[in-house]
Design a protein around this ligand. Structure first.
Ligand SMILES: NC(=O)c1ccc[n+]([C@@H]2O[C@H](COP(=O)([O-])OP(=O)(O)OC[C@H]3O[C@@H](n4cnc5c(N)ncnc54)[C@H](OP(=O)(O)O)[C@@H]3O)[C@@H](O)[C@H]2O)c1
Length: 362
């Protein structure tokens, strides 16, 4: 048992609107930077901040990594980043204390944080950029986090903390691309690029929506696993460089109705070529690099829609969770690391070996 965990059996002021937690210190990771050197992940002792009015104190039980966390650590992620940042946007835990005026949650509730703490619903606004967890503001790689009650959602009952921790970035992004913006219909062909977090959750959601997922990968073994999860076709983008032609063939020449474009510069032209008439592409990522030209005349002629996606709102997350309660998908967790071994989770995430999600248990 970790020394700090021995004193977690806090006394709670039950029966009152406000509850407090007796633990005053915790362990958390910070990205510490000296001069121009890359940031180093350090485990430090930090204060546990009791919840103020409308805030909730959460004991974090699991976090997951996204490609973004690799970019943040390397200093390659755009936007503001605070010094000694606590990294990672995605975490799940249990409410252990609530501040005055909290109405949405009570002690014992199982919650996940939303990616943009201020994006509750509606259109995205520039001011939300400053509220991204594990980027603009401190993240989840911490035994405790204190967040506004508005920045949390309830975990679907059937999911473990590890599974729920996979959803805030990758799950909501896939949902936003496929459903909120894409309006995926049963029978639609859906293109997924690679077998990382967004794509595998996208595959599982597509299948639950009654759509037909087609996936690419650099590995035949991973393609076999993806078929097992419900992919109707799998194409190795290393051995089939003109994989867009294989995608078209897999759809009987019609083209896909939906694509979650996570590859960026190198994959975007082929993703667009894979789209059928009236198709939709969710512009999400830059695994090769962020970029790529849009061939406007060709998209116009096919009545194609392109959506820029930046995760999603709390309303998107709640809609995803409601869908999951009815379609109990188990997110694919490739590996679970212990808290003390967080650096190894980063290394594994960056190794290219992953299939689905990498999780750290606290
Ligand atoms: N806009 C947003 O809101 C948003 C949200 C989430 C993620 N993203 C972005 O979306 C991308 C994916 O994120 P993620 O967290 O799902 O990534 P991830 O889990 O790290 O995915 C890695 C996998 O992607 C595949 N891949 C890597 N390089 C590739 C390439 N050049 N071409 C095709 N496939 C490649 C590989 O799959 P195989 O081993 O099977 O080949 C690799 O294992 C990232 O660029 C991320 O920043 C954006």
């Amino acid at each position: 048992m970790h020394p700090f965990q021995r004193i977690t059996t806090g006394l709670f002021l039950t029966g009152l609107a406000m509850t407090a937690h007796t633990q005053t210190t915790q362990q958390q990771y910070q990205l510490q930077k000296t001069g121009d050197a890359p940031a180093v992940l350090r485990l430090v002792e930090a204060a546990v901040r009791q919840p103020a009015a409308n805030e909730v104190l959460v004991r974090v039980h699991a976090v997951s990594l996204n490609r973004r966390d690799i970019y943040v650590k390397a200093g390659r992620y755009p936007g503001p980043q605070r010094p000694n940042l606590v990294p990672l946007s995605d975490g799940a835990g249990e409410v252990v204390a609530v501040g005055a005026g909290v109405t949405r949650f009570k002690k014992g509730d199982r919650v996940t944080a939303i990616f943009f703490q201020q994006w509750i619903e509606g259109r995205f606004k520039p001011e939300y950029l400053g509220s991204s967890v594990g980027g603009a503001i401190d993240g989840m790689l911490s035994q405790f986090v204190t967040l506004p009650e508005s920045g949390l959602v309830r975990i679907p009952k059937y999911l473990s903390y590890e599974e729920a921790a996979t959803l805030p970035c990758a799950g909501v992004t896939a949902w936003n691309g496929l459903v909120t913006r894409g309006h995926t219909q049963p029978g639609d062909f859906v293109l997924l690029i690679g077998t990382g977090g967004v794509s595998i959750l996208g595959l599982q959601l597509s299948q639950a929506l009654g759509a037909k997922p087609i996936i690419t990968s650099s590995s035949d073994d991973k393609l076999a696993r993806a078929r097992h999860l419900g992919a109707v076709a799998g194409i190795n983008y290393k051995t089939t460089p003109e994989w867009d032609k294989a995608v078209l063939a897999a759809t009987g020449g019609v083209g896909v109705a939906q694509a979650l474009e996570v590859g960026g510069t190198d994959t975007l032209p082929k993703t667009l070529a894979s789209l059928g008439f009236g198709g939709h592409v969710a512009l999400i990522g830059g695994l090769s690099s962020f970029g790529g030209d849009i061939p406007a005349p060709s998209l116009m002629a096919r009545n194609v829609t392109a959506s820029g996606i930046y995760v999603g709102s709390r309303a998107d997350f709640e809609a995803l969770n409601a869908f999951l309660e009815k379609h109990p998908i188990k997110p694919v967790i490739d590996r679970v690391f212990v808290f003390e071994n967080a650096a190894a989770a980063y290394d594994y995430m960056d190794s290219g070996a992953l299939f689905g999600k990498v999780v750290i248990k606290l």
